[in-house]
Design a protein around this ligand. Structure first.
Ligand code: NAP
Length: 257
């Protein structure tokens, strides 16, 4: 049995480790990160060339099942996976870690997109008060690919990303190159050292980057949180690596592997 994992996440790597070498596993990475953490089993890197390219790859490599374990905000590849799996007649599962849950004391402001987030960051700190400079201090943790949405913002930005971001980006930006997991202590220190007025994050879920939310709660820092896009219609969803492993077992039995 050959399982194709569309990866680029902690869960995708854990799934590859759980399946390999019992079943043949190929993990696919987009190639965005210069030095990615490599999963167990076979690895391929780079786009497939849209839905048709993915269908061709699945057929050529005799893939029996596809697991879309990409980041909850990687919308295009998830959409392509749904179309390609239907065309190639292979079962597809989406592995999606649960989103974060608001708790008492959180000051969360949900938005639907990065563009909407860019429109509200000026409402926090002192900037929105009459007579004050509209220049709050924003901690942006939405990844380097979406920076263009904030390019026209007058605020000061602390941008944290794995690799260095490219313009367009806000004129007043300081970049912090780092990769999770992060600690509560580290995140609290960072909020205070940079005098952060507002944190902007996607609802990525997961433990590795969750400490920033608790740090913000404890420091009374508001959080602008971008809601997740929906999983493509009709695609089965697993919330944990264990559920995905079970699904592979069922597909294997049904498929006679
Ligand atoms: P995206 O917008 O959904 O995908 C854009 C294109 O990149 C896809 O059409 C596909 O190209 C290629 N691609 C994406 N993921 C791929 C994969 N795993 N294997 C092969 N090709 C892939 O994706 P994105 O938001 O740029 O994310 C890219 C990767 O980074 C994903 O693998 C995701 O898991 C990871 N990641 C994303 C985020 C985020 O916030 N979006 C955060 C952390 C990690 P073709 O059409 O040519 O096949």
């Amino acid at each position: 049995m050959h399982v194709l994992i569309l990866g680029g996440t902690t869960e995708a790597r854990a799934l590859a480790t759980a399946l390999h070498p019992r079943v043949r596993v190929t993990s696919s990475l987009a190639g965005r990160v210069a030095e990615p953490r490599l999963p167990a089993g076979e690895v391929r890197v780079g786009g497939f060339g849209g839905v048709d390219g993915l269908v061709a790859w699945v057929r050529e490599h005799h893939v029996d099942a596809v697991i879309d374990a990409t980041h909850p905000f990687a919308e295009n590849i998830s959409f392509n996976a749904a179309r390609a799996a239907a065309t190639a007649h292979v079962p597809l599962l989406a592995l999606r870690r649960p989103g974060w849950v608001r708790v008492d004391g959180d000051d969360w402001h949900e938005v639907a997109s990065l563009e909407e987030a860019a429109g509200v960051v000026g409402d926090f700190g002192w900037g929105h008060l009459p007579g004050r400079s509209p220049r709050g201090r924003v901690f942006l943790t939405t990844g380097r690919m979406g920076l263009a949405a904030f390019a026209e913002c007058p605020q000061w930005f602390l941008v944290r990303s794995v690799d260095a971001p490219q313009p367009p980006m806000p004129a007043r930006t300081e970049v912090l190159l780092d990769r999770g997991p992060f600690t509560l202590e580290g995140e609290s220190e960072l909020l205070s050292r940079y005098g952060i007025d507002v944190l902007v994050t996607k609802d990525s879920g997961g433990a590795a980057t969750a400490p920033k939310l608790r740090a913000a709660r404890e420091a009374g820092v508001p959080v602008v949180i971008v809601r997740r896009p929906a999983v493509p219609e009709g695609v089965a969803v697993a919330g944990t690596v264990g559920e995905a492993v079970e699904w592979v077992g069922v597909v294997g039995v049904v498929g006679g592997f």
